[in-house]
Design a protein around this ligand. Structure first.
Ligand SMILES: [Mn+2]
Length: 400
């Protein structure tokens, strides 16, 4: 079987004020094209489907359309909840999704499926008359069976086990299983992963989860998640499909564990090269396919207005953040910069004017600086009485 592993779609995410749903639709289209070309059987989305726990209806619509697009040609789609997702909300459409071999994984326990195939040829009677569900289901190229801890995908006589562990927040862990609170969090996550993988056998075994793993398990954190050591991963997995880190990263060799990275560049300091992983379970290979959809994020410097405008022109196809250090821009200049289509952000850093001011102030007494400050703040002269109090306090401070 061939599996496509992606993650961190962050549907609905904005870059400052710029909405990016169009680019997100574009990149989903590219993913489905890759899936066609590569003859993919299962699409795995390893968490952070949405950007917020309460996504807009537009973002939800894009999600449903996306999973349908990815499920074309009878592919199975598995979407896992990350730390950004509300795991219950994300799975609200589960009854409909199950019918199409689309697995919405928000909880660890899949025993509710009782080992039945999700693509059971008999759809619930209520769906007859709405659309020809049986016809739909027959297009499925593979069968998906619910297992405790995940699913098994079956195509002909080949089977692939996929353990699904949505982001294991403390609050979620306690709902999934009775937890011993005398054991620390890292150990409990380790136990959760290994119990989810208990159904692994001599077929190809994949663990799909959303975690922040770090080789040096220090007190590092990323996006609000503390780093966990890689030795919590069960060695019984042939491949661990991870979500959370936005750049492609092979974090561990045994078991082979990789972050696919996000399909779009979401932050200025984030890697520009975006890709997806293609796993071939027969050849036991993992390859990357480069994604090209979506705009680049470009951070550039400028120290005068003309330079700002020419930089915006030069990078006109990108989102541009200008780091500005120069003479203060007038209101009109700022407005012109902001109305440029490529403009995304303007960060004014250490201006020359500030430096000059400091220099000028060096020649002034404390009393004179206080006068300036008071006039600036209250638009009036300070009273003689107030000035006396200030001078007295300054003298006290100096003596100390
Ligand atoms: Mn995340």
């Amino acid at each position: 079987m061939k599996i496509l592993h992606t993650a961190d779609l962050h549907l609905g995410k904005k870059l400052n004020k710029a909405a990016r749903l169009d680019e997100q639709c574009e990149v989903i289209k590219q993913l489905s094209e890759i899936a066609d070309v590569e003859d993919i059987d299962v699409v795995l989305i390893a968490g952070d489907i949405f950007d917020t726990s309460v996504p807009t209806s537009e973002a939800e619509r894009v999600f449903y359309r996306s999973i349908l697009t990815l499920a074309e040609r009878g592919r199975a789609v598995i979407a896992l909840a990350g730390n950004h997702d509300d795991e219950r909300r994300m799975c609200a459409a589960k009854p409909l999704a199950d019918l199409q071999g689309i697995v919405l994984a928000g909880e660890l326990d899949y025993s509710a499926l009782n080992g039945e195939t999700l693509s059971d040829p008999t759809p619930p009677p209520s769906l007859f008359g709405l659309f020809d569900a049986a016809d739909y289901i027959q297009k499925q190229r593979i069968k998906i069976f619910g297992r405790y801890g995940g699913v098994t995908a079956e195509k002909g006589d080949e089977r692939v086990n996929i353990a699904l562990v949505p982001y294991p927040a403390e609050s979620r862990l306690s709902r999934w299983a009775k937890q011993d609170y005398n054991i620390d969090y890292v150990e409990r996550v380790k136990q959760t992963l290994s119990s989810a993988c208990e159904f692994f056998d001599n077929n190809y075994n994949i663990l799909c989860t959303h975690l922040f793993l770090s080789k040096s398990a220090s007190s590092e954190s990323l996006g609000g998640l503390l780093a966990l050591p890689t030795d919590i991963l069960p060695e019984s997995a042939d491949y661990v499909a991870l979500g959370h880190v936005h750049k492609h990263l092979r974090i561990c060799k045994r078991p082979l564990a990789e972050y696919s990275g996000s399909p779009l560049q979401y932050a200025y300091d984030e890697s520009r090269t975006k890709s997806v992983n293609i796993i071939d379970t027969q050849k036991k290979t993992v390859e990357q396919k480069i994604l090209t959809a979506g705009k680049n994020l470009t951070e550039t410097d400028a120290d005068n207005f003309d330079e700002c405008m020419s930089k915006l022109e030069f990078y006109s196809g990108d989102y541009v953040r200008i780091k500005y250090s120069g003479e203060p821009l007038t209101r009109d200049e700022t407005a012109q910069i902001r109305s440029h289509p490529a403009y995304n952000d303007l960060v004014v850093t250490a201006t020359l004017r500030g430096d000059v001011k400091v220099e000028r102030r060096a020649h002034l007494s404390d009393g004179e600086i206080f006068d300036m400050y008071y006039k600036h703040r209250f638009n009036a002269e300070p009273s003689a009485e107030l000035k006396a109090v200030f001078t007295e306090l300054m003298q006290e401070a100096e003596q100390e």
